[in-house]
Every structure is written in C-alpha cells, then in structure tokens.
Design a protein around this ligand. Sequence first.
Ligand code: ATP
Ligand code: MG
Length: 398
Amino acid sequence: MLLSNDVKYIIEELNKHGFRADVVGGPVRDFLLGKQPHDYDITTSARPEQVEEVFSGKRIIETGIKHGTVTLVLNGENYEITTYRIDGEYLDSRHPESVEFTTELAEDLSRRDFTMNALCYNPKQGITDLHGGEADIKSRIIRAVGDPEKRFTEDALRIIRGLRFAAVLGFDIEEKTAEAMEKCAHLMEKVSAERIFTEWKKLISGDFAYDVIDKYRHIIRVFLPEVADEPLPEKARFDISEPIVRMIALFKGAGGERYRGAMMRLKTDSGTRDAGFLILTSMKNYDTSSPLAIKILMSELGAEIASLRLKVEYLLGMREHEEIFEVEKIIERREPYRVSDLDINGSDLISLGIKGPRVGQEMRALLRLVMEGRLKNQRAALISSVKSRIPSDNAKIK
Ligand code: ATP
Ligand code: MG
C-alpha cells in the first residue's frame, strides 16, 4: 500500500516512541478494492495524551479526545489518530455508555462494523486481518464482525451503513448479517435522523442503489415508509445518480406533502426539502411538454428547480435522455425567462406613466409575450408594446 510521506511520518514517529500505529478501516478497504482512499485514519496503541506528546509542537485539534481521537494537522491535511478502544455497553442502540482504551489492537479491530472495515496496515507488518476481511473483499461480501445481531443491537446505524456499502460496492450481504439487519431494523428508530440521512444519501447515489432498495424494502420502510413500496426506475435510466433527483423520483407516488414531511423528519437541509416539494407539487400544475411550458416553469420556480424536474422526469421514464438539458439550452441561448431578462425595467414603465402594482403586471405581460415569441426582447419594441396598451389620456401626459 502506497502511503503518503505524512502518513509514513505519523506511523514512524509513534514507532520511535515505542507505540504501534496502523492505517485502519476505509483506506485499507479502498486500497484492496483498487480505489483511491479519500482519507487516512490511524489507529495506535498510544493513549491520546501520549499522541499529543509525540507530536508536541505540531498543530493538534482536540475535539474527539474523549473518544480517543487526536486530530493532527500536517501540511494542511487533518489526520485522525485514535487510541485502540473497547466500546463500553450500548444502552441506546447508538452510543456506547463509555469508551475504554486498550493496548490490544485485536480489541480495537473487533469493535469495528464489517470485516472489510476491520483491516489495518503498516509498512513493517503489512496488513493485519483478524476477521477475514481480505477474503470477504475478494468474494465481494459484507459481513458483520462478530455476532451480527449483537453488533446491530449495539449500534443500529451499522444497518444502514451495511446497506450503503452494498449499494456503492455492489457486494452481497452475507446471509446471517442480512437476517440480523432485518431483525434489528426497528432499532434504527433510535438513531439520529441526521446520521441516517447522511448514509441514505450515499446509499441512493450508489451504482447498485436500486438493487439494494428492492431487496431490503423492509429495512428502508423503518426510516422512509413513504417510498418502501414504490416501483423503481428501469435500469437504463440509472445513469442519473444525483441523490436529490433519485430521491424525488422515488416520492412520485407519495407526492410533495409527504416528501416534505419525510425530509422534516430526517432533518435534511432546507434546499433538499424545498426542491422536492416544489418539483413534486409542480407536476400537478405545470407541464413541461414544450419549450414555452419549460420557460414558464423556469420563470415560476427558477431554473435550478426546473432543471432538476426534467431529470426527475427522465428517471421516471417521462422524457428521453437528450431532452433533460432543455433548461440549460434555454439559458445558453439567452432566451428571457425572468422579468430581469427584459431589455426594459420598472423605471422605464414608470416614466411611461404606469403606476403601482400595474408596473409588475405589465412587466410580466411583456415577459409572457416575449417568451411566446410574439414580441422581440428589444427596448423599442417593448416600449411601443407598452404604449399600445396605455389609455390615450395617460399617453398624452407622456
Ligand atoms: P468512508 O469511505 O465512507 O469514509 P469508512 O469505512 O472509512 O468509509 P468512516 O465512517 O470514515 O467509514 O469510519 C471509519 C472506520 O471506523 C470504519 O472503516 C470502521 O472500521 C469504523 N466505524 C465507523 N462507523 C462505525 C460504526 N458505526 N460501528 C463500528 N465501527 C465503525
Ligand atoms: Mg472514512
């Protein structure tokens, strides 16, 4: 495994002081999968205060220290260095009551969720694999470390993490692990909404997301009952992987109100919540069957929402792939769809003698004529169109 100089330095410094240190979890798994790891967590026999001593003089962030994690900043990168840990008793299916530090690497590896995540590596000893993680990666299997039912009862977030890895990697979930997931699924109700949603977003972006959703509907039902029975898009349309588009499409049957309710329950950001609500409710009131209809949708809901809606329609089999970029094309051709795109503004209308709310009404009427192609977006044409509608006594004032 090729480690960066910074990671090698961290391991060597800890070794010099008599401690063992290994890269652990995600990066070792990703390396064996031939993927570029995105961060390097380190597990060590040194206690947090000893880690701080070894790297005294370097920038250290202490936020995770109660759980044994010291974050070391090297050349602008953060490295989490965590002391071998035994998690205390879990009473709430999410958090250990306490964590205990240990000097046994084996104990630290046994607290990890899946065999493929319970691997560690250092340049001197190579890969340490006490739970058969390497073989499981080769056979493309997700398997809980230890007794699956016990592990999911301890921390039910592991259930959706398991589904997420299956959806991203296309691995099968080993039978006993899958059975325990189903059995413990109700415990996910105790897991914080934010953590569930973070995993769900990764799950639904995965290349194998729909296979997983289809196979594990009973589990999905615990946190998203609204979509658990929905039909899934046809395979040819899986090329759209944006999580928000995939999620909104899943809610087509449930509709905008239920989508919004689900997003509130999962405590998502307001952008995710509002986009889906607007798109799903707009499906009843606005069609998108012509360029004019799309422009009207853009002017009512904004270009971003309109663009997402076309992708949702594609996923639902309502339009073809070459038709999903209509919004971007309208913008590229600089076709007006906002009042502010007109070659005239409110003050122009006021100087033509138009007052109060009629200014806005007139601007929207002009925009509509321009969008319909009945009027050119040119100042002179716009002004004469306005004048033609001004009652003659007003026109005289001008
Ligand atoms: P990613 O590529 O998404 O970062 P990851 O496996 O590195 O995947 P992290 O959330 O970064 O996931 O966790 C780092 C490691 O910590 C995991 O590989 C696993 O060993 C352990 N871990 C994380 N969450 C849990 C959990 N809920 N229960 C047990 N072990 C966990
Ligand atoms: Mg990680």
